[in-house]
Design a protein around this ligand. Structure first.
Ligand SMILES: [Zn+2]
Length: 409
């Protein structure tokens, strides 16, 4: 089993060198780098005894048939695309651990009472077209055809990119799962947070994926001359907005499990000698509990309007997106916990603050996730790091999980 982990580490390095940019890892959807990554992954999937296909959106699917009379399919997946200047484990680790678990069955000549399909999703990060989860929405049957008209920074539409990559943009609806009963979807992923490292644990089981609400808020005051407008006559939109930013932080710090962020802020007219007339900012609110998130979001919007009113500033708030918390399957999660415990690892559950393909796959079947400790909780950064020992634990837990699943009546 130790050998399997070193192979996975080596493969993460190999995929990590396949990039659109010479000195850093950037692997967008349907790019030449993605094509080269696919060539590697197809070879590895075939070595593990699988029939490999690529669907129209560009997901790779490697199918390992079950024993005679097998019923149903378990999906194991993650994504192969990356952000700009990425680390090499966010996404590929889950695909490669899935391949390793099937390889181990294949090497022992074992067939389970169900088929396993390892899915390497084509796009999760949304770097090229600004839309997340392209790959999993196609498989889950929730792909939005309006996205086909989106253009990338070079002006290529998504439909053109799909065609150039070998798919048919008119047949994405056929990518929807149609191979019969599903046993669930399992995703192995780096934690992208510090909890496992803090507790000294190699892996953890995800209890659910935190819901998120996003808003765009505009504070409108009055642009005025910075030299001639007295301080008591100003309607400075930026001062109001900055007071709000501080309230966002203090509210989130005061509530367990709540995270809230202002990540974008634009100031108009944005000149050194003009009192800011208008500020538009983003607000992102997340909590593993939907009621907790909605309560906090409402409280923050109320605080913003109090600040605005007090300073004679107009405020408009638009909700730009809202995703409910996705709970993990109790059945699959308890089997993952059991698998970890059977191998002598204290099993803990933790919520995921980041979104994953599992969010979309939850619309199709039951989901569960296994997190792997990552150094300093750092991700979306070339410094992303996992240890071979922890990867070995993840492969073993997944293998044990498959055994437990096969033993189910
Ligand atoms: Zn990811």
């Amino acid at each position: 089993m130790g050998r399997d982990a070193s192979v996975v580490m080596q493969r993460c390095d190999e995929l990590g060198s396949i990039s659109e940019e010479p000195d850093r890892l950037t692997r967008p959807y349907a790019s030449d780098a993605m094509r080269r990554a696919h060539e590697q992954v197809i070879t590895w999937m075939r070595e593990a005894g699988r029939a490999v296909s690529r669907d129209n959106i560009g997901n790779l699917r490697g199918r390992y048939e079950g024993a005679a009379g097998a019923n149903g399919t378990l999906l194991i997946g993650s994504h192969l695309d990356s952000v700009r200047d990425a680390g090499r484990y966010d996404g590929p680790l889950g695909v490669l651990v899935g391949i390793a678990a099937v390889q181990s069955l294949h090497d022992r000549g074992m067939r389970l009472p169900f088929a396993i399909e390892v899915v390497a999703f084509a796009d999760e990060e949304g770097l090229r077209y600004g839309t997340t989860y392209l790959g999993s929405t196609a498989l889950a049957g929730t792909f939005d055809n309006a996205d086909l008209d989106r253009t990338d920074s070079a002006g290529a539409t998504m439909a053109e990119a799909i065609r150039a990559f070998g798919g048919d943009p008119g047949r994405i609806s056929e990518d929807r799962w149609s191979e019969g009963d599903l046993m669930g979807y399992i995703e192995v992923h780096i934690e992208q947070g510090p909890m496992l490292e803090t507790r000294g644990l190699p892996v953890g089981v995800v209890s659910g994926i935190a819901g998120q609400s996003r808003y765009q808020m505009t504070f409108t005051g009055e642009a005025a001359h910075a030299g001639t407008t007295p301080m008591d006559r100003r309607k400075d939109a930026l001062v109001a907005a900055s007071m709000f930013v501080q309230r966002v932080e203090s509210l989130a710090r005061s509530q367990e499990g709540l995270v809230a962020t202002v990540g974008q802020l634009s100031v108009q007219p944005g000149a050194a000698n003009v009192v800011p007339g208008e500020v538009t900012l983003s607000l992102d609110v997340r909590h593993a509990d939907d009621a907790g998130r909605l309560f906090a979001a409402k409280r923050l919007i109320d605080l913003a309007s109090d600040i605005a009113k007090h300073r004679s500033i107009a405020l408009t708030t638009t909700r730009t997106s809202e995703n409910a918390t996705v709970p993990s399957s109790k059945r699959l999660t308890s089997m993952l916990m059991q698998a970890a415990q059977d191998l002598g690892h204290p099993a803990i559950q933790l919520a995921s603050g980041a979104g994953h393909d599992a969010v979309v796959m939850a619309g199709l079947t039951e989901i569960a996730m296994l997190f792997v400790r990552c150094k300093g909780g750092i991700s979306h950064n070339p410094a992303e790091s996992v240890t071979e020992d922890d990867v070995a634990v993840a492969i073993n837990v997944l293998g044990k999980f498959l055994e437990l699943m096969a033993a189910q009546p």
